[in-house]
Design a protein around this ligand. Structure first.
Ligand code: GLP
Length: 323
């Protein structure tokens, strides 16, 4: 039996358990007396740079985890632990995703939502708008924070994430404009803009539900693979593969901005619940690696394995390695 403890080390290397990370949640198997193996995932912030390491404690001996822990578990157990659901059709997935969001907002009208862009959540936003039109949910007291925005793309450019959010969600619901936050990629001072966004996030305390898509290279938001990851909102240079992947939304790759502002992985992982949505055969391998492979900053989405309340919705194509 396994017990997963998430521990945060502060900048000085002091151990500080942060309650939302000390996980003994419902989707894990109950912990039995005399359990012999404890897995501890240690996350360190060093000068605000995100590093990670994974350690297994077997009784009192410490071992660096060399191979994925999940190797030893059956697929059924893995799926339960990961709260992973595979849908045979897109409509069911959209309804399930929208259902999770509307239930949260119904129960908690002042919820703070973390929003994603890209092709993945479009159908879920459509379902949210339908729920709003039917009077089943109101967003008038909700606050939202978008994950990211391109640098230097005018907000009225159809591919800016400002325009995307208007088109797919904001223009159709009663969310007050002042409660919808998106990083300003056109700020004259991008560092100050990141600071402003971090400040707003801090004032909001915690995102209740963070919606996430997945990049083909394992990025979340625009946190690109790297030897270390940054905790807070920052400016990022987009990888060639990300610009190529997103070129499908522009007339040509030359139009895809080279930089973006993105919420950092520290902020994403602080969300109370994370809803990861992945569709399509082209993401089957990366989502499998992200959720079952070794945790590494070279695949930022692997850090989601450390999150206490991760819910994963996959279509059948993206989920084929989990069947
Ligand atoms: C984009 C966004 C991500 C998104 C991902 C996948 O670049 N920054 O937030 O999740 O890449 O996009 P799509 O859903 O279009 O495949």
């Amino acid at each position: 039996m396994l017990k997963i403890i998430i521990m945060i080390l502060d900048k000085n290397g002091k151990h500080t358990h942060v309650s939302q990370y000390s996980y003994l949640g419902k989707s894990l198997l109950p912990i039995r007396k005399n359990s012999v193996m404890i897995e501890m995932r240690v996350i360190c912030f060093q000068n605000d740079i995100f590093m990670q390491n994974t350690i297994i404690i077997n009784q009192n001996r410490y071992h660096i985890l060399q191979k994925p822990l999940f190797d030893n578990l059956s697929m059924k157990v893995r799926k339960t632990i990961m709260n992973l659901h595979i849908f045979q059709n897109q409509q069911e997935l959209n309804e399930a995703g929208a259902g999770i969001i509307t239930s949260l907002v119904q129960m908690q009208p002042k919820a703070v939502l973390g929003l994603a862009t890209g092709g993945t959540p479009v159908g879920i936003y459509e379902e949210l708008v339908k729920a709003y039109d039917k009077g089943r949910v109101s967003f008038k007291s909700v606050t939202t924070f978008n994950l990211d925005e391109y640098v230097g793309l005018p907000v009225d450019h159809p591919e800016s994430y400002h325009a995307y959010m208007q088109q797919h969600l904001f223009a159709h619901i009663d969310l007050p404009a002042a409660a919808a936050h998106i990083p300003n990629g056109n700020s004259a001072d991008l560092d100050a803009e990141c600071e402003r966004y971090n400040q707003l996030l801090e004032e909001a305390k915690q995102i209740d539900l963070q919606i996430l898509g997945l990049g083909h290279n394992g990025h979340i938001g625009f946190n690109e693979p790297d030897h270390s990851l940054i905790s807070g909102t920052h400016r990022v240079e987009l990888k060639a593969e990300t610009r190529e992947a997103n070129a499908r939304y522009f007339n040509s790759i030359n139009e895809v901005p080279s930089h973006a502002l993105t919420m950092g992985v520290g902020t994403i992982l602080k969300a109370k619940t994370i809803l990861l949505i992945v569709r399509g055969a082209d993401k089957a391998e990366i989502v499998h690696r992200a959720l079952t492979g070794p945790i590494t900053t070279e695949i930022p989405a692997t850090l989601l394995q450390t999150h206490p309340h991760l819910v994963v919705l996959l279509d059948a194509e993206a989920g084929r390695f989990f069947e």
